[in-house]
Design a protein around this ligand. Structure first.
Ligand code: ADP
Length: 295
């Protein structure tokens, strides 16, 4: 399946994308994660994107488009993908439409995650990330003392909580304004193409996942079954053959996905960890959650 998740910052696109990755066996393509990785690596793209990101503004369409074009050219997206954070402007949506037409891979669905503004601000302002292991927490669902009583798997010391540079109050307000101005018009764009489904993205992660699955409907169910049976068949391959069959970038992603899954497993007893490629976010199991994965 080829899916776009639309929604404001804090609406849970990353968390739900990660769940779909596991369920459908297709990769998440998060423009925010790709940009942050470029910033961390100090590439030319990262250097040019950083100022806009820190100010809560959008990175130039041309830079983002080039990055997405390259990513969608990688082999692992041939079976499908989940776009998270892209497109964010009408120009990006039109360029994506042309790109996918050239690739003869049209979108199957666009799901809009609806959350009211007060809840978005609450979710984003509570988000914290461990500076050492990258795991993401939320102070509104996991008290600081509980988080700090857990040891960081990297250092063996308590987690060192930091805030994503663009998660401060001023930048969050700008990101929400930019979303309303530049991204909300995509709802009509995709509605006109018969691709739009809207879900209520408030409530806990499980509830939202259920609504998302319902919105994606039968094709997603079939894809999930196919992904499951592919996983059952996979053990025939030796580790070395499987490794050789994957491009290097796919191996790197698989490795970090495995790490996130392990952290999730560890956390399941008390905290649910959601990773967004960058880092995980956590909520207490069963409670209303903050925006999922790490930013
Ligand atoms: P959020 O959805 O919480 O704003 P993201 O991780 O998706 O977070 O994006 C972080 C920042 O990266 C954005 O505020 C913006 O500066 C930049 N960015 C991400 N995706 C795009 C995009 N498609 N077009 C332009 N800028 C983008």
């Amino acid at each position: 399946m080829r899916i776009v998740l639309l929604g404001a910052p804090g609406s849970g696109k990353g968390t739900q994308s990660q769940r779909l990755v596991e369920r459908l066996g297709i990769p998440q393509v998060s423009s925010g994660d790709l940009l942050r990785a470029a910033v961390a690596r100090g590439t030319e793209l990262g250097r040019r994107a950083k100022e806009a990101m820190d100010g809560g503004r959008l990175v130039d369409d041309s830079l983002v488009l080039q990055m997405i074009r390259e990513r969608l050219g990688e082999g692992d997206t041939r079976r499908g993908f989940i776009l998270d954070g892209f497109p964010r402007t009408l120009a990006q949506a039109e360029a994506l439409e042309r790109l996918l037409r050239d690739l003869t891979q049209p979108l199957d669905a666009v799901v809009q995650l609806e959350v009211d503004a007060a809840e978005l601000v609450r979710r984003i302002s509570g988000r914290r990330c461990c500076a050492d292991c990258g795991r993401v927490f939320n102070l509104f669902t996991s008290p600081r003392t509980a988080i700090e009583s857990e040891l960081c798997p990297k250092t063996g010391a308590p987690h060192r909580l930091t805030q994503r540079p663009d998660d401060n109050e001023v930048t969050v307000a700008e990101r929400l304004r930019v979303y309303e101005e530049k991204t909300r018009p995509l709802i009509d764009f995709y509605r006109a193409r018969g691709l739009l489904r809207v879900i209520d993205a408030t409530g806990n992660v499980e509830e939202v996942s259920r609504r998302l699955s319902q919105a994606l409907g039968a094709p997603a169910l079939r894809a999930a079954r196919a992904a499951k049976s592919a996983t059952r068949r996979a053990p025939h391959r030796t580790g070395a053959r499987r490794k050789a069959a994957q491009p290097k970038s796919a191996r790197r992603r698989a490795k970090s996905a495995a790490g996130r899954a392990a952290r999730r497993g560890k956390a399941r007893a008390g905290l649910r960890v959601n990773t967004r490629g960058k880092s995980p976010r956590t909520t207490r199991a069963g409670q209303g959650r903050p925006k999922g994965k790490p930013r």
